[in-house]
Each structure stands twice: as C-alpha cells, then as structure tokens.
Ligand binder design. Sequence first.
Ligand code: PMP
Length: 284
Amino acid sequence: MNTVYLNGQFVAAQDARVSVFDRGFLFGDSIYEVIPYYRGVGFRLEEHLQRLSHSLRAVRIDAEADWIAIMDELVLRNGGGNLSVYLQVSRGNAGKRSAVYSDDLEPTVFACCNPIRDIYQDGADQVQGIRAIVVADQRWLRCDIKATGLLPNILVLQQARDHGADEALLIRDQLLTEGTSSNLFIVKHGVLYTPKRSSEILGGITRELVLDLADENGIQYQEIDIDYETLISADEVWISSSTRAVVPVIEVDNQPVADGAKGPLWRQMFELFAGYQRRLMTGE
Ligand code: PMP
C-alpha cells in the first residue's frame, strides 16, 4: 500500500533512498505542496500547481514535470480514496556540503500519500472544535513560499500540544498572521475577517475557497489586520487548511471563544464547503 514517488519512479517507501548530500536534507533547500484527493480525485489541483510554481520560482529551483500525472498515479497506486499527496522538490544533491550551488543540479522530487478524513461525508456535528494558543511568530518574512524549513512551526506546535491545545496561532508586531499549518478567520457581528494576504502568510488554497464561497453566497467578508483583542473578543474563530478544511476554534489561550460552541457562520460555511466538494467530486 505504501508506494512513494522518487525521481521518476514509483517504489515501496522502504526502498526509497535520498543522498545525505541532498540540499533538502542539509539546508532545508526545498519546497513542498500538500494536495488533498477525495475519492481519488484531486481537489483544487490547478490552484495547488500555481502555488507550487510560485514556490519554485521564488527559490529559483528549476523543476518541470507532469505533476498531475505523478500525483494521480501515486494516489491510484495507494488505493485511491481520501488521501493527501505530499510533494517535495529540493534543489538536489551536489555531492558535498556547500551553501553555494550551481544551476545544473538535478532537483530531487519526492511524493508520498497520507490518509485524510472526508469530514463532509461525516457532517458538521462530527467536527470537533479545537483549542489554540497564541505565540510569537518567529518565522522568516517569506511565508508565502511553502518551504520545508518548518522548525519554527514545529516548535510552537509542540508548545501548543504541551498546553493541551491543537494549534498555535502566530502573532507578529501585535497582529495575528496565521496558524502553524493553517490560515485564520474570525467572525464578528456576522462579518467574516481574515488577515490580509502578504508575504507574512501562506496564500492558503482553502482560504481562497472560503472567501470565494463567502462572496458567492452573500456572506460579508473583509481582509484586515487582526490584533489580540480582536481575536479574543470574536464571536467565532476558525482555521482552514487543505487537509482539515474549515475547523472551528472554540478556545484561545484557555478562554472560550464566545460561548465556546461551534458558531452558526462556521456551520453555514461548512455546508457551503460540503456542497462545493460534493459537486466537484460527483461532477453534478
Ligand atoms: N498556512 C500555513 C503555514 C500552512 O502550512 C498551511 C497548510 N498548507 C496553510 C496556511 C493552509 O493552506 P492550504 O489551505 O493551502 O492547505
């Protein structure tokens, strides 16, 4: 079942080998994408491929491949169904450790699958609200690039776990940016708010879809600066990501968000999201 893709070949995970001189391993000189597949069908593929191109261009890795063919085949070889594809491209293996690189390196392309839940099949009642803490955003200033150097994200996520929370929300210069692996939304008086798109956050594919769905369905939204006070006095807080979709945050820094229940606008967005997903998957 666990087949991975590495540099042109589909192999059993235990047989996949990457050099110790791969720049992804030595320097985190690599970028990645995570793309959900539901019932074997890729979700928002074009958008993910655009972001992949953006990341590659931004770090000047010159890699071309039929990404869709690779991912479709990988999903098929792993039994189809509900899977996320992790796709990583590193600058490659220079045969030595040296920060400088030459442009003739062959990028290393790796992809693997992970099972994901189709929460829209289960329904809104099955979704658990999560707890979050707020911590300083200590990442670099190019968070629009989906780079694999995730040490700041990993450390604060672990800090969140140590506090019995599920996600850390990041704050820089008094303003909330996003979660360690998610974008942030709040609701106040029926209006949806999310931090402005900038190089300080990842341009989330789910974030864009939420805003599109809001737009199409008459939900008022605004991209604004969100400070801590605004966050903790919100009526609803959500996070979004490709593997979790839209999840309500019911507690921030040990304080309930409003009455601590999943909010009505979240429910509405969940249903809109579910409808969108169903149409895409069934081709209706
Ligand atoms: N921000 C960060 C830092 C992330 O790692 C992710 C997950 N890819 C997101 C936001 C959400 O992006 P998407 O909706 O494209 O998964």
